[in-house]
Ligand binder design. Structure first.
Ligand code: SF4
Ligand code: SF4
Length: 68
């Protein structure tokens, strides 16, 4: 499958609440205990669901070319 044009990027202000992890349809964003969320760029399809639910508003969708 071709990679999406956009992917999620998590800002430093992430509070590791885990909300994004629960809504991601691809299990592409994960939160280890107490650590900021991390996005697996190979799985993320840039749908933006995580960004819409993040209570800290720290997820941005970025152009994939700019993110690597
Ligand atoms: S929803 Fe936002 S604050 Fe919560 S773990 Fe995900 S990126 Fe961090
Ligand atoms: S943009 Fe979509 S696929 Fe990517 S991490 Fe967020 S919810 Fe998952």
């Amino acid at each position: 499958m071709a990679l999406s044009k956009r992917l999620a990027r998590v800002g430093r202000e992430c509070v590791a609440c885990g909300t994004c992890e629960k809504v991601c349809p691809r299990a592409a964003i994960r939160v280890a205990s107490g650590v900021a969320a991390r996005v697996d760029g190979a799985l993320c399809v840039g749908c933006g669901k995580c960004a819409r639910v993040c209570p800290a508003d720290v997820i941005a969708l970025v152009e994939r070319e700019a993110a690597v």
